[in-house]
Design a protein around this ligand. Structure first.
Ligand code: AMP
Ligand code: MG
Length: 402
């Protein structure tokens, strides 16, 4: 192997990722635990909703025409023919000319009535109701298919289910919700210098930050992280952990050991156990990234620096997650902002700059790629396309928020 990476443009790397991405799989979950999942099929209603003409206030069901001209000074007198019981269709409570029926919020509008006068505008004395306000046809009434018509598409596949969606799904009779199965991502940290988070690092050692960061990101976006701990820079350790992780996971992420240093084993081991499709991407930070495949499963070698690994996660790995979950909209939210200062950039590679966005202004946080603090002082990234020599102060940019 040569000492230098053969870098490919970001678009090519993403195309490779999409080409090897496993197809979304489907499962069903109870509607009460569906929030956060990605809907895997279209959902239609099994009936008209609400299903019957319904009052939206407490009051009196009337024929609107009977209330014409009614006001504080000249109330209309109606005969109260009965009271509607909640949850029942009451045949006896029909409303004819000159009559009305008491109806609670959510009660079935009785036959003959076409509107409801709010109780606040009425007075009841014995069987007589004084109506002090005129209502028009349909006032204070929800029609039987006004919310959703039977068979109507309420949700399309690919939607991330919100808590509100879960409520509407339940109302539509969707008890078992078809969702994308959560892909399992194996996470392996590599490096002789790494220690677990529970260990105080000795001289030359650093705590494993990547495993927690990758796991948190994957969890947030609806995947299942499976942690394989830290392995040393030894070929046998790489082979053993991959032999375990590949069959147990849908995708495997290794971090560290992806550059072209003779210690860096990831590419060599992936090549021996499967195929290296990309080694080197024209992206900064994140150039020494590997995309490979073992037993038809995508295997990524991410750079070791946490900030670089995170950029690669967003730019290169997240399109795979989108695909595997079948999401319609990209995972990350974006926001437009004005750039506070000029940002120089090298033509020929896509650069990602961490920025702090406040009140619509994006200020870049320049710093060495090994720094952790820029990860938390920033709240997003801006992308400088490979063909650009930088971005000018005052230009409008799209910030990928985190
Ligand atoms: P590498 O990509 O293995 O050459 O590592 C590049 C840098 O990232 C080195 O300073 C590593 O110590 C650091 N590094 C690698 N893996 C991790 C990790 N899991 N957590 C924190 N830092 C890491
Ligand atoms: Mg390393």
């Amino acid at each position: 192997m040569s000492r230098f990476l053969h870098v490919v443009p970001v678009a090519d790397a993403v195309a490779t990722v999409i080409r090897i991405s496993p197809k979304p799989e489907m499962e069903t979950v109870p509607v009460e635990s569906a929030a956060g999942r990605i809907l895997a099929a279209t959902v239609t209603t099994d009936m008209d909703i609400p299903g019957f003409d319904r009052s939206v206030v407490d009051g009196y069901a009337v024929r609107a025409a009977d209330t014409a001209g009614a006001g504080e000074a000249i109330p209309t007198l109606l005969h109260c023919a009965g009271r509607i019981t909640m949850g029942r269709q009451d045949a006896k409570a029909a409303v004819g000319p000159g009559t009305c029926a008491y109806i609670p919020t959510g009660g079935v509008l009785p036959a003959g009535a076409d509107a409801v006068v709010m109780v606040e505008y009425t007075e009841e004395a014995a069987d007589t109701v004084l109506v002090k306000k005129a209502v028009s046809h349909g006032e204070n009434v929800l029609l039987r298919d006004e919310d959703f018509k039977k068979g109507e598409t309420v949700f399309s596949a690919g939607r991330r289910i919100s808590p509100q969606d879960a409520g509407v799904l339940a109302a539509c009779g969707c008890a078992a919700v078809p969702v994308a199965k959560k892909p399992v991502f194996g996470i392996i940290s590599t490096g002789n210098e790494l220690v677990p988070v529970t260990v105080v690092p000795g001289p030359g050692q650093v705590r494993d930050a990547n495993a927690s960061m990758l796991a948190a990101y994957l969890t947030e976006y609806g995947c299942i992280p499976r942690l394989y701990g830290i392995i040393p820079d030894e070929r046998q350790a790489f082979e053993e952990v991959l032999a375990r992780a590949v069959p147990e996971c849908d995708v495997v992420l290794l971090s560290g050991g992806s550059s072209k240093d003779d210690r860096d084993m990831t590419a060599a081991v992936i090549a021996a156990m499967g195929t290296v499709l990309v080694h080197g991407i024209a992206i900064a930070p994140g150039k020494p990234t590997i995309i490979g495949r073992i037993a038809n499963k995508p295997v990524f070698g991410l750079p070791g620096h946490p900030a670089s690994a995170f950029v690669v996660l967003i730019a290169i790995v997240s399109p795979l997650i989108d695909r595997m979950l079948g999401v319609q909209q990209h995972l990350q939210r974006t926001e437009r902002a004005t750039l506070a200062v000029n940002i120089p950039s090298q033509r020929g590679r896509e650069e990602y700059v961490r920025v702090r966005v406040e009140n619509g202004v994006a200020t870049p946080l320049f710093g060495k790629s090994g720094l952790l603090n820029t990860l938390i002082r920033s709240n997003g990234l801006i992308r400088i396309p490979a063909g650009a020599e930088g971005l000018e102060q005052g230009s409008e940019v799209e910030v990928i928020l985190w």
